[in-house]
Design a protein around this ligand. Structure first.
Ligand code: ZN
Length: 157
């Protein structure tokens, strides 16, 4: 188990656009493992490459229904709307209200570079949108409605 340092908002790496991954190398495999370790250790439900200082189009998600690896993800469909609290491991102890689509369809590659399609609703749709935003240098704070506030509890799952 190897934990990577999570970059905090204000770090310019979080504002950069990430590059596509073209092949799974041993370093990428190690990155995926480390990203899951780091995310679980921080009680997060998602983590994107730039949050651990890697400008590659890769995210991991686990909303409590099992680990998902997203390499070069593209959201192909979004509909509906949900408004709710959102937080980010790059802004610990804070949360804000963000409106997101309630349903998304995404295409990505897994850890074996096999392409797959995933449909997400509710929290999963929110997590997918949040993580894909990171790959283009965007934080949820750009979309917050009202104030960003302190949270006293860990993210629920
Ligand atoms: Zn985030």
């Amino acid at each position: 188990m190897a934990l990577r340092q999570i970059r905090i908002q204000g770090d310019v790496i979080l504002e950069k656009k990430c590059r596509e991954i073209t092949e799974i190398t041993p370093r990428i495999k190690e990155l995926i493992e480390d990203m899951f370790d780091t995310m679980y250790d921080a009680n997060g439900v998602g983590l994107a490459g730039p949050q651990v200082g890697v400008l590659k189009r890769i995210c991991v998600i686990d909303i409590g229904e099992g680990p998902i690896v997203m390499i070069n993800p593209v959201i192909t469909q979004m509909d509906g709307e949900q408004t709710g609290e959102e937080g980010c491991l790059s802004l610990p102890g804070k949360a804000g209200v963000v409106t997101r689509p309630n349903h998304v369809v995404m295409r990505a590659f897994n850890e074996n570079m096999e392409e797959y399609e995933l449909e997400g609703e509710g929290l999963l749709a929110r997590a997918i949108c949040h993580e894909v935003d990171h790959l283009d240098g965007h934080m949820y704070t750009e979309k917050v409605e009202g104030q960003i506030h302190d949270v006293t509890y860990e993210e629920e799952d």
